[in-house]
Design a binder for this molecule. Structure first.
Ligand SMILES: Cc1cc2nc3c(=O)[nH]c(=O)nc-3n(C[C@H](O)[C@H](O)[C@H](O)COP(=O)(O)O)c2cc1C
Length: 221
């Protein structure tokens, strides 16, 4: 494909992805497509490469029924999307946490010590530069990163002609309490970040409504 064709395809994919409000409950995503979408999420960038996420596929009907009453923005996905994905963000990504020790030693195959220069650099970055000074701020920093993975998954899906809908429209306190009570998350390590439905639309694609580029982009020379 030449560059011009690639450019056209990128824009076509961006127009093709839309927040689907009505899914066809009978159409299923192939396993090959689903694995590709997950891989696009897994390969996403994260701060310091610390991957503060987990992707939980909810197939269980009882869980869907239980979360529906407080998931107003997710009703269409809960009822119609072939895949309902819960995206969790870690609450414990700090320089001295067992998780970072595990990630550095067992995934990155590097030496770890909380006193090492890289660990201390990460500590200063979080505490001085980002001014992370509360559990909420620490979670929000991790949660922001999960949205990159979600976006990559939605774009990958759109390229495969698969529809999606991002979902923030639910009660976070009730969701976290429910997931904790069901033993799905340990709140010391995880909280829900966002949800996303994937499937096939049962409605026409809506044309994009956006501000002009001149309103949102400027150059400093
Ligand atoms: C972080 C985020 C949360 C969203 N939450 C919901 C939601 O709970 N329910 C829903 O139907 N749409 C949700 N949307 C979809 C937006 O309303 C939609 O992306 C926006 O109106 C632009 O339309 P488009 O995605 O079709 O281009 C969400 C989008 C984002 C990015």
């Amino acid at each position: 494909m030449d560059k011009d064709a690639i450019r056209k395809q990128i824009i076509a994919t961006a127009n093709r992805r839309y927040a689907t409000q009505k899914f066809d409950p009978h159409k299923k995503i192939s396993d090959a497509d689903w694995q590709t979408i997950l891989e696009a999420g897994r390969l996403s960038p994260s701060s310091f490469g610390y991957e503060p996420w987990k992707f939980i596929l909810i197939n269980n009907k009882q869980i869907k029924n239980d979360i529906r009453p407080f998931s107003w923005g997710g009703a269409n996905s809960i009822d119609g999307a072939d895949k309902l994905l819960l995206i969790l963000a870690r609450t414990d990504v700090t320089y001295d946490s067992p998780y970072i020790k595990h990630l550095v030693e067992e995934i990155k195959h590097k030496e770890y010590s909380p006193e090492s220069a890289p660990s201390q650099h990460f500590k200063a970055f979080q505490e001085r530069d980002l001014a992370i000074d509360s559990d909420r701020a620490l979670f929000d920093w991790a949660s922001k990163q999960t949205y990159i993975a979600m976006a990559n998954m939605m774009t990958a899906a759109a390229e495969l002609d698969i529809d999606s809908c991002p979902i923030e429209g639910f009660n976070y306190e009730k969701m976290n309490r429910y997931l904790t009570t069901r033993g799905i998350i340990n709140p010391q390590h995880w909280k829900v970040s966002v949800m996303v439905g994937f499937g096939y639309r049962n409605q026409p694609i809506k044309p994009k409504v956006r501000q002009p580029l001149s309103d949102i982009y400027k150059t400093l020379d």
